[in-house]
Ligand binder design. Structure first.
Ligand code: FES
Ligand code: MG
Length: 562
């Protein structure tokens, strides 16, 4: 028997001459696997989030075939299995609400199954982070294969990426996009399988997986349905066998140092604010934590190197042509620690590329596209445990701003009143959305980029300071303060704001403050009531166990002891 008596190493189980081995081999032969392939070979599970409920991951079914070819070529036995899948476009109340469930599904299937190592096929925003969390906890050797970005769309004869959707939605609300345009937009929004084709959350997390040494160098950016991605899939299969034979566990790749490198690269590409939550959650699975001071130090020391949408002007394929993540690691070498592991088993100091083809997309440290501070980690009396602003996507004129609050309690209230002609709002107002955090949402829906009221849009206002305990799509921009912690539903100061209160954002000083006398706030707190908790099911587990944004919104009981 193995150590725990129940969970046995796959090789040991397949070679067992007794009852357990007979049953395992017998069922695999019944599934069409030849008896000769069931000897002592590394068994590589392929955790697949392909689903018709997740069009971004539609290419993963075919890619799994290429992974299997690679596993077999390297002498392993591939066994594909499904897990739940989370498509941003369909899942309600939010994919974040179910991220931890997918992480548990992944962890438990890896542990319960006769596999020695695993390839994780993910893409759409939460799938890769959940798989990384689950694999980190399971502890068996693992490598990711991201789905890759989908093809560009076209709008009015020009290439269009998904971030182009947000201004067009504003145009519609302002009455400037007619029915014909509205129907054309539906037809051109998504042109095929693959993840959002800008540096949104999905691509940011593919970049993170690569930097963490949990995906092959160069695997983040190749298009979804390209020969290059098929080749990467086969290579990932081979590399997973090698990693399994060498018994390299996720904990050897994901360290405090590599997590710091990953956050640094997120800053250098103007990546998604959601990456902060996922990095904290992944770190927590291994007993690590990135504290606010350390995140600030990294953000304040890392300039913007990649000019790529949604904060920049260029396309992902231009960043790929410039060398992608290996080239970014080369450029960041003076700042990052390149002794960490890359996905192909080499240290990054060998896998990083120093000679890059100059397309203008990738800048150098001494002549960056923008100074450090693309992701501003804020704190202050409105968010004592932190908040974040993607400064590279904000209006510089609003980054130091004092305005009066216009408060919305949850998404329904926001939708009901945002275009009310009597709403006391102008271009100096600060829009506040609360009860949309981890507990309040539940699951922090991506509603933090509150719409600019149609009345202001018609006057040409395109941005306002907005503050919430919610998240925002990685494909969006604006002067949007997100992830305020503690959230309103947990009794954070956001719960005490009233219409007309002064709020001050000072991105330079990394502050977000509620300018109300503390004695008055104490009085308001006396009448505050927490929202009621549901009595059963996953929602009860979620609301009771989810941690706040600054801790990554994982379930408290899933984190490793620090
Ligand atoms: Fe799936 Fe953006 S909606 S990656
Ligand atoms: Mg998203």
């Amino acid at each position: 028997m193995s150590q725990d008596g129940i969970r046995r190493a796959a090789g040991e189980l397949l070679a067992d001459p007794g009852q357990d081995g007979l049953i395992t081999r017998g069922f695999l032969r019944g599934a069409g696997l030849p008896a000769a392939s069931l000897g002592r070979r590394p068994v590589i599970g392929i955790a697949n989030t392909w689903s018709e409920l997740n069009p971004c991951n539609a290419g993963l079914r075919e890619l799994a075939g290429h992974v299997k070819a690679g596993v077999r070529a390297a002498g392993g036995l591939p066994l594909e299995f499904p897990t739940i899948s989370l498509g941003e476009a369909f899942v309600r109340p939010s994919t974040m609400y179910l991220r931890n469930l997918l992480a548990m599904d992944t962890e438990e299937m890896i542990l319960a199954s006769p596999v020695d190592g695993v390839v994780l096929l993910g893409g759409c925003d939460k799938t890769l982070p959940a798989q990384l969390m689950g694999a980190a906890s399971a502890g068996k050797p693992a490598l990711c294969l991201p789905a890759g970005p989908r093809p560009l769309s076209e709008w009015d004869g020009r290439p269009m990426t998904i971030d182009g959707l947000w201004p067009l939605l504003d145009e519609r609300r302002a009455g400037r996009l007619d029915d014909d345009g509205w129907h054309r937009l539906e037809g051109c929004l998504s042109r095929g399988a693959g993840t959002c084709n800008v540096m949104g959350t999905a691509t940011t997390m593919a970049v993170v997986a690569e930097v963490l040494g949990m995906a092959l160098p160069g695997s983040a950016l190749a298009p979804a349905s390209s020969p290059a991605r098929a080749a990467l899939a086969e290579e990932t299969g081979r590399a997973a066998v090698a990693r399994t034979r060498a018994a390299v566990t996720p904990a050897q790749a994901i360290t405090r140092v590599s997590l710091g490198n990953a956050f640094r690269v997120v800053c250098a590409v103007g990546g998604s604010t959601n990456a902060l939550l996922h990095l904290q959650a992944i770190a927590g699975r291994l007993g690590a934590r990135l504290d606010l001071a350390e995140l600030r130090r990294i953000s304040d020391g890392t300039p913007l190197l990649a000019d790529v949408k949604p904060t920049g002007s260029r396309f992902l394929h231009e960043l790929e042509s410039a060398g992608g993540v290996p080239a970014l690691m080369g450029r960041l070498a003076p700042l990052a620690d390149l002794d960490t592991l890359a996905g192909d088993g080499r240290p990054w100091k060998e896998a990083a590329v120093t000679a890059t083809t100059g397309t203008g997309c990738l800048a150098t440290l001494d002549r960056p596209h923008a100074p450090p501070g693309t992701l501003r980690l804020l704190s202050g009396s409105l968010a004592p445990h932190g908040a974040v602003l993607k400064r590279s996507g904000a209006d510089p004129a609003l980054c130091r701003h004092r305005g009066r609050a216009v408060v919305f309690d949850g998404v329904d209230d926001l939708r009901a009143r945002i275009d009310d002609p009597d709403l006391p709002v102008d271009e100096t107002s600060v829009l506040v959305l609360r009860y949309a955090g981890p507990v309040g949402g539940p699951g922090m829906p991506e509603v933090g980029r509150l719409p600019v009221p149609a009345r202001l849009l018609r006057r040409g206002v395109t941005d306002l300071v907005r503050v919430s305990d919610a998240r925002m799509s990685g494909t969006a921009t604006g002067t949007v303060v997100l992830h305020a912690a503690p959230e309103a539903a947990a009794g954070g100061p956001l719960a005490l704001v009233r219409d007309g209160d002064w709020i001050e954002l000072d991105a330079e000083e990394s502050r977000i403050d509620l300018l109300v006398d503390p004695a008055e706030l104490l009085r308001r707190r006396e009448s505050w009531m927490p929202p009621r908790s549901p009595v059963r099911g996953y929602e009860r587990l979620y609301r009771e166990q989810v941690t706040q944004a600054d801790e990554g919104c994982d379930f408290a009981f899933l984190r490793a002891a620090g």
